[in-house]
Design a protein around this ligand. Sequence first.
Ligand code: NAP
Length: 257
Amino acid sequence: MSGLFAGKRVLVFGVANERSIAWGIAEAMQREGAEFIFTYAGEVLERRVRPLAEQIGARALIPCDVTDDEQVSAAFRQVADLWDGFDVLIHAVAFANREDLDGRFVETSRAGFATALDVSAYSLVLLARHSEPFLARRKGSIVTLSYYGAEKVVQNYNVMGVAKAALEACVRYLANDLGPAGVRVNGISAGPVKTLAAAGIRGFKTIFGVVEERAPLRRNVTQEDIAHAALFLCSDLGAGVTGEIMHVDGGYNILGF
Ligand code: NAP
């Protein structure tokens, strides 16, 4: 592969540090010639994300907490000042309160449920709506990140599993809405990766051992494995694919008993 993303513009949500899945995807797209605008959620994060954005030669680094409608609108106004359109939206954003990622799902509070669904699923709808005119101009695509806990019960994943199930359904509905404009919407259901978000889920470490022992490929996936799937989905190679959730998990999801 070379120059698969030459001249392509990529808007990135969800880089916290160099371990972030979104960073792996951005690096891979940069190797293929893409240019970037990065967003970050808060001041603490800006300090960590700015050096990465500079390293990759991003056009801009824009604050954007996806739970704040005004910040999202302002972010897209800034994007419009730099780009009349873009080719890829990377959505790699998720959050649930720590107390909701432990113990019994039945204890989830109304507020905790709303927070997890708002940040982790509704944000895709909101960002897709803002992105639609930009993506339509360049027949672009959206990629988001999900996890197996959307489909099956994973201990302690709890409300995040429900949020990921909603996210996967959002991918299908958005793909149907945006498809007539030539815009594709897909998700990657990634195997576990050691990131900040993963560290918030109690017992997540034990999952790595189980995957290594039982997944058909007998290993955990890497940031790069996921990034390569994103390259496929977001480039012309994936031109016929939309509304899809692609598993990149060493085959773990196919196992029964
Ligand atoms: P990560 O590096 O911690 O990235 C999560 C990102 O979400 C962070 O940049 C975080 O910013 C951002 N975020 C949270 N709340 C936000 C808000 N209100 N507004 C804007 N951004 C917000 O972890 P990651 O593992 O790469 O996660 C990326 C995606 O992959 C997530 O959707 C995650 O569920 C998914 N995923 C992860 C795994 C895994 O094992 N790691 C597996 C499958 C799917 P802050 O740090 O400021 O909160």
